[in-house]
Design a protein around this ligand. Structure first.
Ligand code: SF4
Length: 489
């Protein structure tokens, strides 16, 4: 498959649809996008928001305030599928009651024909269906609905990469930047290669151009996104201006103004010692790696088609800890993969103990239609739950231990806003991606002109600022602290 980079002529064509839609949308004022799943979907929704704002609409806080509603779906786990159809059910009366409302569904689930057919049969009030690879031609698809076409269901091929899409970014402290699409790994349990196609990298020059613009716009933190960022650039011809992920990261780290560079996700089979050396070399590259283990048992890893062994995984962990002191390592683990024995599971617990992950996202195996693992004999639910509970208990103890080791330390934190959990607290993350809730003393708030301001204003004003926090207390999923040095910068 050859990647098709959307050319200027096609970009101009879509811009014409944006202009035409502005008048066709007359009387409609707001849009609402509900996003399920990962940060790649979040970034896709930001682009859809940017396109709708270019057509003159404003963001609504809830679907009932909007005339264009999009549900951006995730196909990774069964509960994501259930949530989509639940939400569509909830929107039935609103959509059927409002002739001018347009309801669309997009994202990874729409690349699976069984989901599109289910919408066709059971949700006739859905006006528009398209895939994650069709976002660049959303203006054209919406135009067809606006011109009266009933039910525009048009999911395109997986060979495109589009640039220069307008974007409405959710946060002002962190900018999401997708560097590549798709995945070639075909892990036995995963739908992503079927839902997002083969790996397609954006040209390095285009990414660096976007990063420079973001730095000028005042973004201090960026998140480089891909299903498997370590294979970035492998599908492109290498040259003086086009390298691999380590080269991209090296260039990005030298862009003035970018104080934090994060990236996700890494694959243990592709992560290189050069990449870890590059993290060690540039302090503005985050002190955190998310490295999905999935299982600690080699027979299970083989069955999952993960292409590395538990020993190779641990070699990377040790190398990273040696080269980047204080680095936090987080992971994903699936329990109950078909055929997993108690001995296999014990191997997983052994690696979790040895690696001492700072955090782990733990999942029970969820069979996905279309994947190699679908239809394999499943582990009894009670056995799966028992293993899941034992794993979570061990990992939570490790997470708390790694947090307790930080009590008394002072760390630099990028403020994300007000804490959701602790009243009158702010929240943010350090370079190692630890979640920190903290207080700022009244004198400092006064000096920032926020002494009399309400908390909402305080949170909004300080979002995107840096400060230094003394860690006072450790919880399983967060840290508590106080501002030191009385300054926010
Ligand atoms: S690396 Fe495996 S788990 Fe990750 S997106 Fe690709 S196929 Fe899915």
């Amino acid at each position: 498959m050859t990647t098709k980079y959307i050319n200027q002529a096609e970009e101009a064509r879509q811009r014409d649809f944006i202009n035409t839609n502005q008048s066709l949308l007359k009387g409609r004022t707001h849009y609402y996008i509900q996003t399920f799943g990962c940060q790649l979907n979040d970034n896709d929704s930001e682009k859809l928001g940017g396109l709708l704002e270019a057509m003159g609409l404003k963001k609504a806080n809830q679907p009932e305030e909007a005339q264009v509603i999009l549900l951006n779906t995730c196909a990774i786990r069964e509960n994501a599928v259930g949530r989509l159809f639940g939400n569509l059910g909830n929107l039935k009366s609103y959509r059927e009651g409002q002739a001018d409302v347009i309801l669309g569904v997009c994202g990874c689930m729409m690349t699976q024909i069984q989901n599109v057919n289910r919408i066709k049969q059971s949700y006739p009030y859905v006006d528009l269906v398209f895939g994650p690879q069709d976002i660049y031609r959303f203006p054209e698809l919406l135009n067809r609905v606006l011109l009266g076409s009933k039910r525009v269901y048009d999911v395109g091929g997986f060979d495109t990469v589009a640039e220069n899409l307008p974007i409405s970014r959710e946060r002002k402290f962190r900018a999401l930047v997708t560097i590549m699409y798709g995945c070639n790994n075909f892990c036995s349990y995963c739908v992503v290669p079927y839902a997002r196609g083969r790996e397609r990298s954006r040209p390095q020059g285009k990414i660096l151009e976007e990063l420079r613009t973001l730095a000028k716009e005042g973004y201090r933190e960026i998140m480089l996104l891909g299903q498997n960022v370590n294979s970035y650039g492998k599908d492109l011809e290498a040259g003086p201006n086009q390298g691999d992920f380590t080269e991209l990261l090296t260039q990005a780290a030298q862009i003035e103004g970018l104080e934090r560079i994060r990236f996700m996700s890494s694959h243990p089979k592709d992560i290189s010692t050069e990449l870890i050396d590059t993290i060690a070399r540039f302090p503005n590259i985050e002190r955190h790696i998310h490295l999905a283990l999935q299982s600690g048992s080699n027979p299970v890893l083989k069955a999952m088609n993960r292409k590395y062994t538990a020993e190779e995984f641990m070699d990377i962990v040790r190398y990273a800890r040696e080269k980047v002191p204080g680095i936090s390592i987080t992971t994903d683990i699936i329990v109950g993969y078909p055929g997993e024995t108690e001995e296999d599971f014990q191997e997983t617990l052994k690696i979790v103990e040895e690696a001492a992950f700072d955090q782990a996202f733990t999942f029970q195996f969820s069979p996905r239609p279309g994947t190699k693992a679908y239809g394999l004999e499943e582990i009894p639910a009670e056995v799966m739950t028992d293993r899941f509970d034992r794993l979570v208990a061990l990992q939570n103890a490790n997470t708390l231990k790694s947090h307790e080791a930080l009590v008394g330390e002072s760390v630099e934190v990028l403020i994300e806003g007000l804490s959701d959990h602790t009243q009158d607290h702010f929240t943010g993350r350090d370079s190692a991606n630890h979640l920190i809730n903290f207080t700022i003393d009244d004198d400092t708030l006064d000096s920032l002109g926020l002494g009399q301001a309400d908390w909402t204003r305080r949170g909004a004003d300080l979002e995107g600022k840096m400060c230094r926090i003394l860690i006072k207390d450790a919880k399983t999923f967060s840290l508590e602290g106080v501002l030191v040095e009385g300054k926010v910068y």
